[in-house]
Design a protein. Sequence first.
Length: 241
Amino acid sequence: MKKHFKDIFYEDFLESPTKDKFRELLKNNFGELDEFDFKETWINKGKLAKLVLAMGNSRDGVVIFGIKQKDDGTFEPRGLEKFKDDADINNDLARYVSPNLHYEIFNFEYKGSEYQAVENKKFQVLIVNDTPDRLPFISLNQTEGLEEDTIYVRRGTKSEKATSEDITRIIDDKIKTIYKDGSDLELNEHLSQLKQLYNELPQKIKVLIRKGEPTEFKKTMLNFAQKIGKIYMESEDEYND
């Protein structure tokens, strides 16, 4: 049975991103999915930061540069004129994206290939990793296409401002990692981050809630307060024991 593009990507490519595996991906018919974004060329730093932040807050994502979306909805491997330097990409994002948001950049060049569509072409792939213990990711500064102190999420194939429902989901995702095995943060670091998040959320997120939803925002904050209070009580009980 033929695998779907998404299955191939997660089962094969993400485990070991190589030229051969990327070429195999492009051989398969695929469309733009929620976790993927395809760009013909590199976009400006504001749009890039917004996209990366949205993917980070939505748990992961992949941006492939060098792919053109045609009017009929299909995708064509056009390739890039040249690779963008990793240092330039990191510099573009540094002022707008927290260093806690982890991403990787892979360069693939095909000087000769049995798959003609990629022959003598260059592609770059930016993979945003899933780090729920470091949520939420808030834009650090403002620039063209990006607002400051804003949480973005992926909604379908678009990057949009978070609503109260999104914020509730983000908070839940973060809290669920408190006792997760394998986390590289100690419990006191988790609690410190949650306390900081609790203090910052009212100022940083009120502007994101759509008009007519103040009740939902209140529910979000009350829910968060109850959960963080429970975590503090559990941690103190363990300490006293």
